[in-house]
Design a protein. Sequence first.
Length: 451
Amino acid sequence: MPPSPDRATAADLMQFATGDGRAAGHIGAVLVLGAAPGFTVAEARRVLGERIRAVPRLRQRLYRAPPGCGRPYWADDPAFDLSEHVRQVCCPPPGDERALLDLAAAQLGEPLPRSRPLWSATFVTGLADGGTGLLVIMDHVLADGVAGLAVLGTLVDQVTGTAQARTDRFPVPAPRARDLAADAWRGRLRRAARGEPGAPRQARGLRRIREGIAELAGTRPPRRRPATSLNRPVGPRRRLDVVAVDLAGVRDSGHAHGGTVNDVVLAAVAGALRTLLAARGERLGEVTITVPVAARRAASSGELGNQIGIMTVTVPATGDLGTRVTRTAEITRGHKSRTRGASAALFVPAFLLLARVGLLRWFANHQRAVQTFVTNLPGPEDPLTFGGAAVRAIIPIPSTTGNITVTFAAMSYAGTLRITVLSDPSRMPDAPVLATALRHELSAPLIAPPA
């Protein structure tokens, strides 16, 4: 029997439906590399080309199956050409962080053709300190945040020799139509068997639904938020701002107020958005935030795709940060389920149905249940190198779509927490005000909780 096709998951298809090959569906990271003796972009390109062999998905395309043959599937692209994915550009003067971020934002707006593997890597020379930037962009259908970290982990020097040395046959022939049809029917029969009546199975199904509801929206469904300038349909342009703070300080502040790093980030984002809207003449007492929840705590380079749920929380935006952290921690604890990512079983089918009837874009552009997205990824604790050059910083790049004008991605690396603020500059010309407010929130001393 031939091996089973590598099918796209329902969550992958949801990401595919919400994106259009452009910035709306892109995620990624900027690796800031220090200057190193003997480091050259030519050698770095060669190293990158060798290491992507350990990540099969980076040489695969998503193909549509013939009618009746099941979901789309991933298969090797026989026309794969590394030069179509890897390039080199010079950072505009003065070569500082602002110039690098602007260049990265411009690259986000360039399409990733769906006729080839959905990623790109750009080496950025001309940085003021003599270092090099490495900008990696992927379509969200390729990987979620945890899987994206697995890709980066495979590319750096610290990857194991076994992964580096992997040399699978390439290209592996795509599955034939009859094999796709047979696999699809086997899947249908398995699902029909699982659907047979039975009290234990029904109990498990009900428990899964309860866990999904708890993770998605707690005990109450999200309500329509008052209209603010945070919810306006976004265009194709993007701006990136970065706030960097000491990770240990944020962790200690969170623990002192009964919360986690994630709770501090959520509370600080809410306070920064309150400051932004106050400058616009608007009032904001609380913020409803969607937080991705990984169904897996780690991924390998051979296990990409999307395995995430979402947690929708409404957190306070007023009061001192310490009080907000304590309250946010109470709220997030009420949304956690025993099965991480359980909410995917509820929202993914709903989003796919909206896409099937042509209403997903309309819904995304008109919803008022959520005002922003915040993702938080625990990155490597120890310093990394690439091609012998030290990785001085990793800047995460989130995605945004619909009418969410600003989103946030937090990632820790080697003792520093960096929060990227991604916005649509046509909708948020005052993005620097938001970045400054967020930096102030995270830098101000927290009031000690009462004994």
